[in-house]
Design a protein around this ligand. Sequence first.
Ligand SMILES: Nc1ncnc2c1ncn2[C@@H]1O[C@H](COP(=O)(O)OP(=O)(O)OP(=O)(O)O)[C@@H](O)[C@H]1O
Ligand SMILES: [Mg+2]
Length: 347
Amino acid sequence: MSVKKIEFKNVWKVYAAREGDALEEIKRSRLCGAPAPPYVVGVEDVSFDINEGEIFCIIGLSGSGKSTLLRHINGLIRPTAGEVIINGVSIKELSDARLLQLRSQKIGMVFQHVALLPNRTVTENVALGLEIRGVKRAERRQLAQEALERVHLPQWGAFYPDELSGGMQQRVGLARALVTDPEILLMDEPFSALDPIIRRQLQDQFIEISAKATKTTVFITHDIEEAARLGDRIAIMNKGKVEQIGTPQDILLRPATPYVREFVSHVTLLDKLVAGDIMQSNSEIVHSANVACDGGSIDAETPVAEVIRRGISGTGTLLVSRGGTNVGMIGREEILTFLTMRPDTDR
Ligand SMILES: Nc1ncnc2c1ncn2[C@@H]1O[C@H](COP(=O)(O)OP(=O)(O)OP(=O)(O)O)[C@@H](O)[C@H]1O
Ligand SMILES: [Mg+2]
């Protein structure tokens, strides 16, 4: 059973001097089809849950409301309407002191450009959150060192930030967020400013770190490939609204709207999908396929790139099995459907 860690319930954020009045005006104008009043709607009526331990990615074009939504989680932004619930408690029920406590003890943040203090060493930067909590110096150093080891920078503690490359500084930022062992990690385009190779390395390290520590992570990115590599689920935002939520497989294979389709049409990534994702699983067909599948058998977890290779080079239909049981089949039709649905995939 998955436990709800973060809940958004009909959250709106309108940027205006009198937010409540502005929201009423917006709703009224929509009802009667009048021209939209001149307010910026950052987030529009968003409702969904993020489960404990999940890596939840949010993607969308610039200005679609990703950062606005994320900042609601640590209470940096208060919703104009609706509720944000963390660990079962609505943020609006929290006093300022409890909110501060939530932010400093349960939540870690990493941004696109980490702001490291230039006159402090890497270790001191990483230990900042511990210092604020009043942890003693020796313990701070010990914990900071452990965090630096987790991001593969164990020997850089005594250096100053400007002696490190951009990618290394991002890793220091991640170590700084991890050092207090937060339950929730909020990451707002943490790798976006880095070149592709470094970025991929950081993604790999992040996957490794996440596998060891079960944190709930909300990860914003512009990049669907990054979202598909890292995310257990992905939400796609458009003009303040969530347009689709699903697993990477759902999003890549079944884009719900033209906007989502536009995002996934450029994906060259096949390693997230396996035979089980593209097979035909109608039980009657599978049953008859026992006899008819002349292309051989393939495990349901086989990467789709391998399926395509076998499907194209072979002549017959592939039988798909999981744990010794036949669960589906993949013929030329399934492969063609998959390839034509996503015309830019590397074949
Ligand atoms: N403090 C603010 N005051 C007024 N409008 C704001 C404010 N912050 C954000 N907005 C507006 O709200 C909308 C959503 O912005 P937001 O920063 O959440 O988008 P984003 O998806 O994070 O974009 P990006 O990918 O560029 O970071 C935009 O139209 C933006 O101009
Ligand atoms: Mg943003």
